[in-house]
Design a protein around this ligand. Structure first.
Ligand SMILES: Nc1nc2c(c(=O)[nH]1)N[C@H]1C(S)=C(S)[C@@H](COP(=O)(O)OP(=O)(O)OC[C@H]3O[C@@H](n4cnc5c(N)ncnc54)[C@H](O)[C@@H]3O)O[C@H]1N2
Ligand code: MOO
Length: 383
């Protein structure tokens, strides 16, 4: 039986022995994935000096005679401004060479002069304030995002702006989910049967941890059926649920023994979630065997499945920070994972969180891992 802290580190080390593959994908399919290498700008952002405001590009001191407008989309090599000239300019339009500043539309006035319209300012000129300089956000070659960074929506836009059309990403590790239990059935469950609640949550939970559920299968409570499901799986990572205890119909240990697997973790000192196994098979594949009680299974996916995937993706394993908030009435004896929400600046346990229930964690925002005076915080990744 390991402490949850040691178990997290062991799971991370196992993940590191199974590094994720690299894939090149178009930017449009990269959302949520992680970069396989540092990514550099392929051009300057912005690409040319341009106006940050609608107004006039002016040269020298006013008043200025009004010239031809400069619009967004015009080529930057436009006719230079000469001192005393003001050209109406649109936000995003290239600033003509010779521009000393941009005068905002609301800070200028137009009046008629002897040779056409004159522009004057009604506010002190702030030279250069409203010009977005070429390369001010990024110079060509700057590292925009580092290896391991997650491609969030703004990150995708940033890369597009920097001229990047496709990226090398870490392929989310593929996982086979095996739900064990003679009692398991679909929503139509008959008398004595239990509707499988874990197979349906696996794809989205594994995606939120950086993996991908390739297949979800069921196995009966017999070691040969579980061993056959493990042998058939075509992925490097497998996650089973149920059958981990020492009861009469708990086949996972027996199946692992038959397959000559090496147990890296055999139980964790934490409730719910104590009855969990992590094993390496002789062919290098890895099985995380979760307990059958659904909340216990989710806790162990967060506690061990997440570090396992972090290891495979090569992202650092951050220690869970000490809980910064008052803990209200949370129990403090033994090692416990408690699903909580934030209420008036404190963390409060949600109701309905026995090991077999999902109702509590379905509305929680955090798990607090308590052990006597110690409490650590895990923010739920789908939050
Ligand atoms: N004598 C003891 N019995 C049990 C203990 C204990 O300490 N002493 N611990 C209990 C706890 S806590 C857990 S967790 C389980 C772990 O055992 P298993 O991994 O063998 O779990 P199962 O017996 O297969 O299932 C437990 C429970 O969960 C239901 N289940 C299983 N899979 C699913 C699923 N996919 N969807 C919904 N529900 C599922 C299953 O029907 C059982 O009710 O051991 C306890 N016993
Ligand atoms: O072992 Mo159970 O996994 O404590 O909830």
């Amino acid at each position: 039986m390991k402490s949850w802290q040691d178990a997290r580190e062991l799971a991370y080390e196992v993940g590191r022995r199974h590094p994720a593959r690299t894939l090149n994908v178009p930017l449009g399919r990269a959302a949520g994935l992680r970069l396989a290498a540092d990514l550099r700008a392929e051009r300057s952002v912005p690409r040319f000096d341009n106006s940050a405001m609608d107004g006039w590009a002016v040269a020298g001191d006013g008043p200025w005679r009004e010239g031809e407008p400069v619009l967004a989309g015009m080529a930057p090599g436009i006719v230079p401004l000469t001192p005393g000239e003001a050209r109406p300019i649109a936000t995003g339009a290239p600033v003509p060479p010779g521009t000393s500043t941009v005068l905002r539309a609301e800070e200028g006035i137009l009046e008629s002069g002897p040779d056409g319209m004159l522009v004057d300012t009604i506010a002190p000129l702030d030279a250069g304030r409203d010009i977005r300089r070429c390369g001010e956000e990024a110079e060509s070659g700057d590292v925009l995002l580092e290896r391991g960074a997650r491609l969030t929506p703004p990150a995708i836009g940033l890369l597009a702006a920097a001229g990047i059309a496709s990226v090398d990403v870490l392929a989310p590790p593929l996982i086979t989910a095996i739900a064990t239990g003679d009692e398991l059935a679909g929503p139509e469950a008959g008398p004595g049967q239990v509707t499988d609640a874990l197979s349906p949550l696996m794809p989205s939970l594994l995606s939120s941890l950086g993996g991908r559920c390739a297949t979800a299968v069921r196995a009966l409570d017999h070691a040969d059926d579980v061993a056959a499901a493990i042998a058939r799986a075509r992925t490097g990572l497998l996650i089973s649920s149920g059958g981990t205890a020492h009861g009469p119909a708990d086949p996972v240990r027996e199946a692992l023994a038959r397959l000559d697997a090496r147990l890296v973790i055999d139980g964790v000192a934490l409730r719910p979630g104590s009855s969990v196994l992590l094993a390496e098979l002789p062919d290098g594949r890895v099985l995380l065997a979760l307990p059958g009680n659904p909340l216990a299974a989710v806790v162990d996916l967060l506690l061990l499945g997440w570090p396992l995937l972090c290891g495979a993706l090569g992202t650092p394993l951050a220690p869970l920070p000490p809980c910064p908030l008052p803990l209200g009435e949370l129990p403090r004896h033994g090692a416990k994972a408690i699903a909580c929400v934030r209420e008036e600046g404190a963390l409060v346990a949600v109701p309905h969180q026995r090991s077999g229930m999902l109702r509590g964690i379905a509305t929680a925002t955090h798990l607090v891992l308590t052990e006597n005076a110690d409490a650590h915080l895990l923010r739920l990744p789908w939050e």
